[in-house]
Design a protein around this ligand. Structure first.
Ligand code: NAD
Length: 263
């Protein structure tokens, strides 16, 4: 299947590991110009080296703390100056801290608001003028199964991911006539360092091993396994393609069937 996105410029945020990294690799395989950003220079360089060792073109990389407005502006400027614009934006972020309502303070909420919602708002605001000018654009937000089925102990994620979802749906009404689609991809339990860390944290509290917790998570999925970052990446890449030009304003779950609702 020819996705017809070779030579498009893609920015994948928070992409030095996990779903972001797999997504960047998927776009590189499609012949796109890919830029990745993340807050840690060493991790970024490690990722770029790994990609080069896999005989793929090296992505451009920018150190960016997506909680900081100035870093976001700088990232967009650098990518735009290097490639002449950004055609495809993948808004990924680190997962907000776990916690129950009673244990979270205003600072935790503000941090998660910046990390999850404002990062997506700011990156989107930065790329939209160029996309409108080109009469073509794709924005894909990585959210979570929690938008359809809240996850216990993740109230920050559960709340703010839904804000991203509503923003995307509303904005898609404003950008459709310019051929700019905006969609959300909601991963289920996917084996990355984020999931591993959540399992380790849960293990400390429950006294079970994190291996046991990961195995129980997999067992709760109808497909009896955890997702792979590459599986999320394939969906993101398809949504960014020319072939997906009539899909907008939607949230697509990719969860091995774990979400119980019918919509
Ligand atoms: P991950 O921990 O493997 O990767 C997160 C990436 O974000 C890393 O590259 C990290 O360096 C970067 N990052 C974190 N904070 C940053 C900041 N302030 N500025 C810039 N970069 C930053 O996580 P993942 O599993 O790939 O998850 C990606 C997203 O998908 C997260 O938002 C996560 O909550 C969500 N998600 C993951 C799962 C899962 O099971 N893995 C399920 C549902 C939703």
């Amino acid at each position: 299947m020819d996705l017809k996105i070779d030579n498009k410029t893609v920015l994948v945020t928070a992409a030095s590991s996990g779903i972001g990294k797999a997504t960047a690799i998927s776009f590189l395989k499609e012949g796109c110009n890919v830029a990745i950003c993340s807050r840690n220079k060493e991790n970024l360089l490690k990722t770029v080296t790994e990609i080069a060792e896999a005989n793929l073109p090296e992505p451009a990389w920018i150190v960016c703390d997506i909680n900081k407005e100035k870093d976001i502006e700088n990232t967009i400027r650098v990518v735009t100056e290097s490639y002449g614009g950004i055609d495809i934006l993948v808004n990924n972020c680190g997962g907000p801290p776990a916690g129950y309502f009673e244990n979270l303070k205003d600072e935790d909420w503000k941090f998660a608001f910046n990390q999850v919602l404002m990062s997506a708002v700011r990156f989107t605001r930065g790329v939209l003028p160029g996309m409108k000018k080109n009469n073509w654009g794709r924005i894909i937000n990585i959210t979570s199964l929690s938008v359809k089925q809240p996850v216990d102990n993740l109230i920050l994620s559960n709340s703010l991911r839904n804000a991203v979802t509503a923003m995307a749906k509303t904005l898609s009404n404003e950008t459709g006539e310019k051929n700019i689609t905006i969609n959300n991809v909601a991963p289920g339990y996917t084996l990355t360092s984020r999931l591993y860390e959540l399992a380790v944290e849960k293990a400390k509290k429950s006294g079970e091993s994190h291996e046991h917790i990961l195995a129980s998570m997999a067992n709760a999925v109808p497909m009896k396994r955890l997702g792979k970052p590459e599986e999320i990446a394939s969906l993101v890449t398809f949504l960014a393609s020319d072939l997906a030009g009539y899909i907008t304003g939607t949230t697509i779950q990719i969860d091995g069937g774990i979400i119980k609702s019918t919509y």
